[in-house]
Design a binder for this molecule. Structure first.
Ligand code: PGA
Ligand code: ZN
Length: 427
């Protein structure tokens, strides 16, 4: 037995930021180190994502994770005990083989990603280096803090459909360090809250901490975000850009797109025309899932006509290496969202990221709407030098845990180790 031999794997039920059950895993190694991680959970999920194993039934709205926890404590523990925690690829491959399904529905993507990330933490601990350093060393990357993308208003599935568009976000283009980036976003977030309060439209926050979107139209939210940037003393489009996540798969109805708030159903071409109009009218620097996950052709047409704008595939690509390769080949998008629990293991997450990078696509490591105090993604974004990080808004501790962890890493790395605006596509 070496110092990095796994001595135990444990799972337990913990609770996420929506008060729903989720899986926590702990991986202990013979040198005494214990790695720990918590699986996040999405609300607007792509159909190609790794499946979460949920209990069904009446308790917790069917969201229980007893079966997933049992997979960690039973078959996964038996599989991984006595293996070398430093062999992340080997551990992940063994879990994938034991699961044996295309969608990880047997062991559960939630069980697998919790164990995979816990093993990663244990490996870094056993090597006595911070996680970001361990990750950078493993792939020979130069670690840099990512450019943050921070939500101002939350809509769509994160605000009970109060607006059709899911995320109205900002990118602090003028920032010259991670700390500076957060400081800019703090001012704009507060300014948006003040505008909402003054208009009598402030009523709390949505699932990811963005202000609840009490607007009549999607465009009113974009225009208000622009005003918030100005009111905070920044130049829209120069100092701070707008980013949107349309999450258009959620709008899919038949072959078209249903905008419930605006009482209309659009074809793919009409969606493209509407979004292209927004790109002309507002200082938008990034747009995610402009069309649905099954609408590759329209996504390509949108991107081809979008000009110098970052177009991100999330539900379209689901952190899947093969889909990312298709995006590289077709140029359907120019950036890839990287969510570890969409893939189900750290190894597959890295494969998707590297396929994107090799193909010249930008990468954005991302949290989910259901989160916890787990800050692993900050280390992935920094250690793998992904360039960008999307964690929801600038409120609620499951979000702030990530931003604050980034500040600690930034202090260790030095302020100059920051990806900056050049991380955005087109690269
Ligand atoms: P989800 O949404 O975590 O609820 O799936 C996040 C996103 O679409 O980016
Ligand atoms: Zn998305």
């Amino acid at each position: 037995m070496t110092g990095t031999s796994i001595t135990s794997v444990r799972g337990r039920r913990v609770w996420d930021s929506r008060g729903r059950p989720t899986v926590e895993a702990e991986v202990a190694v013979s040198c005494g180190i214990v790695g720990r991680a918590i699986a996040p959970a999405g609300a607007s999920r792509g159909s190609g994502e790794a499946m979460e194993l949920r209990d069904g039934g009446t308790a917790f709205g069917g969201q229980g994770v007893d079966r997933a926890v049992a997979q960690v404590n039973g078959p996964i523990a038996a599989l991984l005990e006595r293996r070398d925690v430093a062999d992340q690829a080997g551990l992940d491959a063994a879990m994938i083989a034991l699961d044996g399904t295309p969608d990880k529905s047997k062991l559960g993507g939630n069980a697998m990603i919790a164990v995979s990330m816990a093993a990663l933490h244990a490996a870094a601990g056993a090597a006595r280096v911070p996680l970001w350093r361990h990750l950078a060393d493993t792939i020979g990357a130069t670690p840099r803090l990512p450019m943050p993308m921070i939500q101002i208003f939350g809509g769509g599935a994160h605000a009970a459909g109060r607006l059709d568009v899911q995320d109205f976000l900002m990118v602090p283009l003028a920032a010259d360090s991670f700390d500076h980036a957060l400081a800019i976003c703090a001012e704009v977030y507060a300014s948006a809250g003040k505008i909402m309060a003054d208009a009598g439209k402030r009523s709390g926050v949505a699932d990811e901490g963005g202000w609840w979107p009490n607007f009549d139209t999607n465009e009113e939210a974009i225009a208000t975000a622009v005003r918030a940037i100005e009111k905070a003393g920044f130049r829209p489009g120069e100092d701070v850009g707008i980013a949107l996540d349309i999450a258009a798969t959620e709008l899919r109805q038949g072959g078209g797109y249903r905008l419930r708030r605006e009482g209309k159903t659009l074809s793919g071409d009409e969606m493209i025309a509407m979004l292209t109009g927004w790109l002309k009218a507002y200082p938008i620097v990034s747009i995610e899932d402009p069309l649905a996950e099954d609408d590759w052709d329209a996504t390509w047409r949108f991107t081809a006509g979008a000009g110098q704008v970052q177009v991100i595939g999330d539900d379209l690509l689901v952190t899947n290496e093969m889909r990312v390769r298709r995006a590289v080949a077709t140029r359907a998008v120019n950036a890839v969202l990287i969510k570890p629990n969409q893939a189900g293991t750290i190894t597959e997450t890295l494969a998707a990221l590297q396929a994107a990078r090799d193909g010249g696509l930008a990468t954005i490591v991302s949290a989910r709407s259901g989160e916890s105090e787990d800050a692993t993604i900050v280390h992935l974004a920094t250690g793998w030098d992904a360039g960008q990080l999307k964690v929801g808004s600038f409120a609620r501790s499951e979000r702030m845990a990530k931003w604050n962890e980034g500040l600690r890493v930034a202090e260790a790395l030095g302020a100059a180790a920051f990806a900056g605006r050049k991380a955005l596509a087109p690269l």
